[in-house]
Design a protein around this ligand. Structure first.
Ligand SMILES: Cc1cc2nc3c(=O)[nH]c(=O)nc-3n(C[C@H](O)[C@H](O)[C@H](O)COP(=O)(O)OP(=O)(O)OC[C@H]3O[C@@H](n4cnc5c(N)ncnc54)[C@H](O)[C@@H]3O)c2cc1C
Length: 422
């Protein structure tokens, strides 16, 4: 009987790859015409061990409440979403306790570093072209206090493998000359040499093609309606085309994992947090940043992905609608133009792709990887703002668990891998 992976985003595709590598007969199903077409399409593009800190962090609940209803807030909770996230919100708030937050960050870091190794291995084996660039990431700060705090957090994570360096304002501009115009506003930066950039959509599609070459049956344009269970064992999945029997099913439907499994009475604590990106041709913007820059105070990232520039940011808790709000896109563009004034001369909204995606966020900010109380029914989802970063490692971990092997990484205390979901 086949092992079925539901969802061919970055996470599901990597899951299919590792299951196939370990000898499974794999079927990979997605409702879109190809892999990586939903949240894995237009994300920030950064493979960043440097961003492993969950959004559920000390002080965050109060900030979200203060920002309620403010259209330009960095994290906007819409009133209409509140009734749907009460339990998730309480769990989120619990995870904001300092000790819990640190544990969750450590767990993400461990998986991120493992994932980098997996990405490297897959890249070497398949040769997928995905506009990879290994120039590190420069995270810029505008206040001494914010920079000092960030340095302290990074020092803590450095004990567990994070590589970083604090850089002066002069060095910032040397590393990325496009920052020269706003030099006077900077307090300095942290540089993360091991972070890299790549197009996760291209990667997912390349990996799906490599899976298919190795025998994975990719079924695109097929919508999964239901997972069929009898007793405590998964039996089949039902799509808009047919019923397929299976005794092992991995659900990697990103934000849609929760509503899918709610039909089976399984509560998966994942809620969508919408983000926005704007992608445009680099064209004549010769002085555009080459080094990926994350602006801590303006809360956006800008990266060169091949011949394109991508600016991303925004976090909006507003349900499952992935339509990008123009107001949020404009706020990101304004912030980018503030930091890189020359962008104004080269940017044309009408020639840009404005996109939104739903980050599948768990209350702990760590992914949910493990078997549910239904035998053979597994979850690999909930990677939040880190899904591209964590995808390959998560795929490898869930395949190991399904194969009854201890995953290659030492297991964190809780959070990243859970054996019973509900
Ligand atoms: C603006 C923004 C910036 C981001 N920046 C970064 C970044 O720089 N680095 C990083 O690591 N992460 C980043 N992320 C997060 C990252 O994009 C996500 O965590 C990741 O894409 C999630 O992958 P996934 O495979 O779990 O979900 P998805 O990519 O959403 O895949 C789920 C798949 O399931 C399919 N599906 C859903 N329902 C059904 C159904 N009923 N039947 C069949 N198929 C179905 C969908 O078509 C989809 O392909 C960002 C996200 C956003 C929104």
């Amino acid at each position: 009987m086949p092992t079925i992976v539901l969802g061919a985003g970055a996470v599901g595709t990597a899951t299919a790859w590792y299951l196939r590598q370990s000898g499974h007969d794999v079927v990979l199903i997605d409702r879109q015409a190809d892999a990586g077409m939903e949240t894995s399409w237009g994300n920030g593009g950064v493979i960043h061990a440097s961003e492993v800190e969950p959004w559920s962090q000390p002080g965050m609940p109060m900030k979200i409440l203060r920002w309620l209803g403010q259209e330009n807030a960095p994290m906007l909770l819409r009133y209409s979403a509140i009734p749907h996230i009460l339990r998730w919100g309480i769990d989120f708030a619990r995870n904001c306790a300092p000790e819990q937050f640190r544990e969750n960050a450590k767990a993400n870091l461990r998986l991120a570093l493992h994932s980098l190794r997996c990405l490297e291995e897959i890249g070497a084996e398949t040769g997928i072209a995905y506009d990879r660039a290994t120039r590190g990431v420069l995270k810029i700060y505008r206040s001494r206090e914010a920079l000092d705090n960030a340095e302290r957090s990074s020092e803590f994570l450095a004990r567990f493998g994070l590589l970083f360096e604090r850089v002066t304002i002069e060095r910032c501009v040397d590393m990325e000359p496009a920052l020269k115009d706003t030099k006077s506003t900077l307090a300095g930066a942290l540089y993360f040499a091991r972070d890299e950039v790549g197009d996760s959509n291209k990667f997912a599609q390349g990996l799906a093609a490599a899976c298919a070459t190795r025998g994975v049956r990719c079924r695109f344009g097929e919508t999964v309606r239901q997972v069929e269970v009898s007793g405590d064992q998964v039996r089949a999945i039902v799509t808009d085309r047919e019923r397929i029997q299976a005794e092992t099913v991995v659900v990697s439907l990103g934000s849609f994992t929760a509503p899918m499994l709610a039909q089976n009475g399984i509560r998966v604590p994942i809620y969508p947090v919408k983000g926005v990106s704007i992608t445009f041709a680099r064209d004549a913007w010769n002085s555009a940043p080459n080094v990926p820059v994350i602006d801590d105070s303006k809360l956006f990232g800008i990266v060169a992905i091949g011949e394109r520039m991508r600016v991303s940011g925004s976090a909006e808790i507003a349900g499952y609608d992935a339509t990008p709000a123009l107001s949020r896109a404009k706020a990101i563009i304004d912030n980018a133009v503030f930091t890189f004034p020359e962008m104004r001369r080269h940017f044309d909204l009408s020639r840009s792709r404005v996109w939104a995606g739903l980050r599948p966020v768990s209350p702990s900010g760590t992914p949910i990887i493990g078997e549910t109380r239904i035998r053979g029914l597994w979850i690999n989802a909930g990677h939040g703002h880190l899904g591209w970063t964590l995808s390959c490692g998560s795929g490898q971990v869930v395949a190991d668990l399904i194969n009854g092997r201890n995953p290659d990484i030492s297991m964190p205390s809780q959070g990243v891998v859970i054996r019973r979901v509900a």
